[in-house]
Write a protein that binds this ligand. Structure first.
Ligand code: ADP
Length: 275
């Protein structure tokens, strides 16, 4: 009988414990959701007036000259930095709350790479860095995938390469790894820089949110520590992967692999649309 009482008592305690644990977990999930909703709401509310400020400033820049033009240019640059921080917070809270979606569309790879080249070439040039881009000419141009998110992850690692490279160069290579079945291929984006590099022990911290390494060296470099956390999540959502290789003090290489579908050429459809 005593054994039975003890058994029943232990069961009761275990049941209470598991209910308490479940309630605590539900509460934590609710709190996390509320935090994500709050961040998403705030970011959205801030973005609207900020876009208005940037729009007005654009008009001032067009009319102004001399010192005034310089001031307006500073407003533009600070405003754009703020906008990109807000966009990162918004994206990250969307990812955390499961509201981020991957939307595949038909797009032209060369037009994406063209935009990327112009942007990075300009930023690298401003810092006196050389920028080289090598694209395998055999990659089909008409692809299907989430063009916006693909562009975002590629731009993120390239922006980092420029940001964390005080002198030297950034080299961007685009390859496609073997055409697999079902008309899919794996795009490979490799960003090599001759920058500050990453310590071996820091490599695993790199992709966690709000992580900024090597604070002494990074003091003057702006950043939130969200870029790579977003990049890794978006890459995974696109069924891809990201890896890093680095020698501290010499430079880093980031590789992103993302499967994309090849747009099928439909000669009959093409013929029909032409007649
Ligand atoms: P942010 O650049 O906003 O700080 P990220 O998430 O993009 O945030 O990067 C996290 C950290 O990883 C950076 O603060 C930096 O310390 C390190 N890092 C990222 N890219 C590089 C790179 N190419 N070379 C050296 N360090 C890098």
């Amino acid at each position: 009988f005593c054994v039975f009482i003890l058994y029943a008592f232990t069961n009761q305690v275990a049941a209470e414990e598991s209910t308490a644990l479940r309630e605590a977990r539900d509460e934590a999930l609710r709190a996390n959701q509320a935090k994500s909703d709050f961040l998403a709401h705030m970011s959205h509310e801030i973005r609207t007036p900020l876009n208005a400020i940037l729009g007005m400033n654009e008009m001032i820049m067009r009319e102004a000259s001399g010192k005034l033009k310089k001031y307006a240019f500073n407003i533009k640059s600070a405003g754009e930095t703020l906008l990109s921080i807000i966009n990162d917070i918004l994206d990250f809270s969307k990812i955390e709350s499961g509201k981020m979606e991957i939307v595949p569309v038909s797009y032209s790879l060369s037009s994406v790479l063209n935009d990327v080249y112009n942007m990075v070439h300009y930023k690298a040039g401003q810092k006196g860095l050389a920028f080289h881009m090598n694209v395998d000419p055999d990659i089909p141009d008409a692809l299907i995938g989430d063009e916006v998110r693909l562009r975002q992850v590629v731009v993120n690692i390239l922006n980092n390469a420029v940001k964390y490279t005080p002198k030297g160069s950034v080299t961007f290579t685009v390859k496609s790894q073997g055409t697999a079945e079902n008309d899919t291929l794996e795009l490979e984006f490799i960003t090599q820089d001759t920058g500050i590099g990453i310590r071996e022990e820091d490599k695993e911290k790199l992709f966690a949110k709000f992580q900024r390494l090597d604070i002494e060296k990074n003091r003057n470099i702006e950043g939130t520590g969200l870029g790579l956390a977003i990049t890794v999540k978006l890459t995974e959502m696109m069924q891809g992967s990201i890896s890093v290789d680095s020698i501290y003090g010499e430079g880093s290489t980031f590789t992103i692999r993302i499967p994309q579908q090849v747009e099928k050429y439909d000669p009959i459809g093409d013929f029909n649309t032409r007649i």
